[in-house]
Design a protein around this ligand. Structure first.
Ligand code: MSP
Length: 485
């Protein structure tokens, strides 16, 4: 029987510097969701990668006196390593400089042109190289980029245009019929309002620089980096090279993006796909932004934390846990080292770590005896499933942790370490069986810790095992899971 598929993507990152917490956040979210869906038994494809063309990269390379390709080649390992260190299990790491991708972009451009949606015109506008986007005077009143606050550059060039305006109605009706498409819901109005005000055609080629994919029908022009980048979601699952795979995984179930790039994903991307006759993705989920000690993340002001620094604070699992524990997925969050350490100490070490070590050490002394686990009835499994389905990652974690609290209350109430307590072995069985369920449910979030628990208690991490009674019979006292800081 073929398994249900699940296709999830991260944005592809500009490799103009090493990855920081903002990049790690989306990639971790995708990893958590991908692992969750894998646990549920789906066949998951998880795509990530790097967005290597465009003026921004060309400029960054020039400043270092390197060719753009040599420049990006040197930075890619820092992304691959960062994801490895964070325990991220992607299916493919796509680079937009791959030949396969170049062919996809050109084929997409040809399809859109065949549809009559591309024409040659002149573009004059105010450009932000950081966004790789033009702004109108209305969007940027003082001619400063609304995101990067830099003075915009006035540019005029011959350019091919994509008839984005033509798709206004179709987009609006798509949003109406597919409520999930613009997620989370509280962000949807902004997009709907902007689209309702009318859409301008989009300039999709440049002649002012050369680092990019040539327009197939006029090679003097280079494809606008967003047109190139968005197509990665097609390339990643074999749009041209593996039709069978493409058919299986497309449409994407969810594109995770930061709120700054929702417009490209919620408006331009589906319009491109309508034009090319390809079904749009099912959901664009836009998450919030992290600040650092309440300030915007900025390398120049030293307000940045890269992946190695993040991991160095309290380890990989604590970093993964902290980023999703409190800040609702979708909202902005503030990163503080102090809070991370507090969560590590008070929740991972005190709640989960202590539960595991108390239960295993008591079980070593008193043994366990299999009975019906009544304690596990307090686990709100359906609720956790629903929260994960709705991408309320923080709430799912919170529900799992309330069950950990219940287990701690139970052990406190029953005191299986006291000599006069009766049925110690039965109580301890219930606790061990509950820890098994907890470890399985936490695997998407803190995989290293879950795997440690599973190895120690000798069970397999699988969804069916949550409900299957624990089969082991001798338990040894375990090593500490989280050292307090
Ligand atoms: N290359 C484009 C994406 C193309 S997708 C077809 C791009 N790259 S980026 O490297 O600038 O940003 C990638 C992602 O990182 C975005 O989703 C952005 O929101 C996210 N973040 C960058 N800084 C961030 C924070 N401070 N906090 C949370 N996420 C942030 O845009």
């Amino acid at each position: 029987m073929s398994r249900e598929k699940f296709y999830i993507t991260t944005p592809i990152y500009y490799p103009n510097d090493i990855p920081h917490i903002g990049h790690a956040y989306t990639t971790l979210a995708a990893d958590i969701i991908a692992r969750w869906q894998t646990l549920l038994g789906k066949e998951v494809f998880f795509l990530t990668g790097t967005d290597e063309h465009g003026k921004k990269i060309e400029l960054a390379a020039r400043q270092k006196g390197k060719s753009p390709k040599a420049f990006v080649d040197e930075l890619i390992p820092s992304f691959v390593d960062a994801w490895k260190k964070l325990n991220i299990r992607y299916s493919r790491f796509l680079r937009t400089t791959e030949k396969e991708h170049e062919a996809v972009v050109q084929s997409l451009l040809n399809s859109v042109r065949k549809k009559g949606d591309i024409y040659l015109g002149t573009y004059e506008g105010y450009y932000c190289t950081d966004c790789e986007a033009y702004y109108t005077e209305k969007d940027a009143p003082e001619l400063k980029c609304p995101i990067h606050h830099k003075t915009l550059e006035k540019l005029q060039e011959k350019s091919y245009f994509f008839k984005l305006s033509k798709y206004q109605k179709q987009l609006l009706s798509y949003y109406k019929k597919n409520k999930l498409f613009l997620s989370p819901e509280f962000r949807s109005n902004e997009i709907i309002n902007r689209v309702s005000e009318g859409l301008q055609d989009l300039s999709i080629s440049r002649t002012s620089f050369s680092w990019g994919i040539p327009i197939p029908f006029d090679e003097k022009h280079i494809t606008y980096v967003w047109f190139d980048a968005l197509a990665n979601y097609l390339t990643g699952i074999g749009y041209l090279n593996d039709k069978k795979k493409f058919k299986k995984f497309w449409p994407a179930d969810v594109h995770l993006v930061g709120k700054d790039i929702s417009w490209f994903h919620c408006v331009i991307w589906p319009a491109m796909l309508f034009s090319a006759g390809i079904e749009p993705p099912r959901q664009i989920f836009s998450h919030g932004w992290w600040t650092f000690d309440k300030e915007k993340i900025s390398k120049s002001r030293g307000k940045v934390i890269n992946v190695d620094e993040l991991i160095a604070i309290a380890g990989v699992d604590s970093a993964r846990y902290f980023l999703f524990r409190e800040t609702p997925f979708g909202q902005d969050g503030d990163f503080s080292e102090k809070e991370l350490i507090e969560k590590h100490n008070n929740e991972l070490a005190n709640k989960l770590g202590n539960l595991f070590s108390r239960v295993t050490s008591s079980a070593e002394k008193n043994g366990i005896k299999k009975i019906e686990n009544k304690l596990i009835k307090k686990l709100a499994l359906k609720e956790i499933e629903k929260k994960m389905e709705d991408l309320e990652i923080d709430k799912a974690l919170s529900t799992i942790f309330s069950f950990i609290d219940k287990c701690n209350e139970y052990i406190q109430e029953k005191k299986p370490w006291e000599s006069e307590t009766t049925d110690k072995d039965k109580i301890l069985y219930e606790l061990i069986d509950s820890i098994k369920a907890i470890a399985i449910l936490l695997w998407p979030f803190i995989p290293e810790t879950s795997e440690k628990i599973a190895r120690h208690l000798d069970f397999e991490i699988s969804y069916e095992n949550i409900k299957k009674a624990y089969q082991g019979n001798t338990i040894k006292k375990a090593d500490i899971l989280f050292k307090k800081i």
